[in-house]
Write a protein that binds this ligand. Structure first.
Ligand code: COA
Length: 185
């Protein structure tokens, strides 16, 4: 018997109060332990993840970065960050980071919905030209992002040692949001 699909919605920059931050850290821990590539190796230590999340959430509260939350039946189901580069001359692009869906809810299109809304917001609301993200090689996610329009622009070979003898590349991918004028055009 298949479960009833819940009511879904997306929300930009929800109030990051204590219950919500705990829920987002919980998803990060569970997604890591299920094999996700989110900056930690399994088993993730919840206190370490909470420490990494805190400054990211401060930047969202301060309005420097944006957080997109996916909810199912009003419960947090997934999230990601759209981060600004701090330099003053990089306002034409941003970086998508920490895209994650609770393992219990993966494979139902929530990740795709987050990716689609990030691209729409970046292009239509922010007028950005490009999004960047980084992927750990060997997870299969490069192909998933490629199906959503991203392409590889750089690769740092072997910088991620996920286990002794198992070094992975960090792959930088980009999504082109606007056709830029050719030089001299
Ligand atoms: C990547 C992630 C956000 C996708 O979310 P999701 O809600 O499961 O995605 P969707 O249901 O929209 O799409 C599922 C698709 O992703 C593919 N997919 C998910 N994880 C994959 C992986 N590790 N390797 C290859 N494909 C993967 C599925 O095969 C499926 O493909 P399809 O669209 O061709 O059917 C989710 O799997 C996740 O949270 N992973 C752990 C965290 C992580 O590694 N994030 C990436 C940081 S760069």
């Amino acid at each position: 018997m298949s479960a009833r699909p819940g009511t879904r919605r997306l929300a930009w920059n929800p109030l990051l109060d204590r219950p919500l931050t705990a829920a987002l850290v919980g998803i990060w821990v569970r997604a890591t332990d299920a094999g996700g590539a989110l900056g930690f190796l399994p088993p993730a230590v919840p206190a370490d993840v909470a420490r990494a999340a805190a400054p990211a959430f401060v930047r969202v509260r301060d309005g420097r970065d944006d957080l997109l939350l996916a909810l199912v039946d009003d419960r947090p189901a997934g999230w990601c960050l759209l981060e600004r580069d701090p330099r003053g001359y990089t306002a034409h692009w941003r970086t998508l980071r920490r895209l994650q869906v609770d393992p219990a809810l993966q494979g139902q299109g929530i990740g795709r919905a987050l990716l689609d809304e990030v691209a729409r917001h970046a292009r239509d609301d922010l007028g950005l030209e490009r999004l960047f993200l980084s992927v750990r090689s060997g997870t299969g996610l490069e192909g998933w992002y490629a199906r959503h329009g991203y392409h590889e622009v750089a690769r740092l070979p072997g910088v991620l040692r996920v286990a002794p003898g198992d070094d992975r590349d960090e792959v930088v991918m980009a999504l082109e949001l606007a056709t830029r004028a050719a030089p001299g055009a």
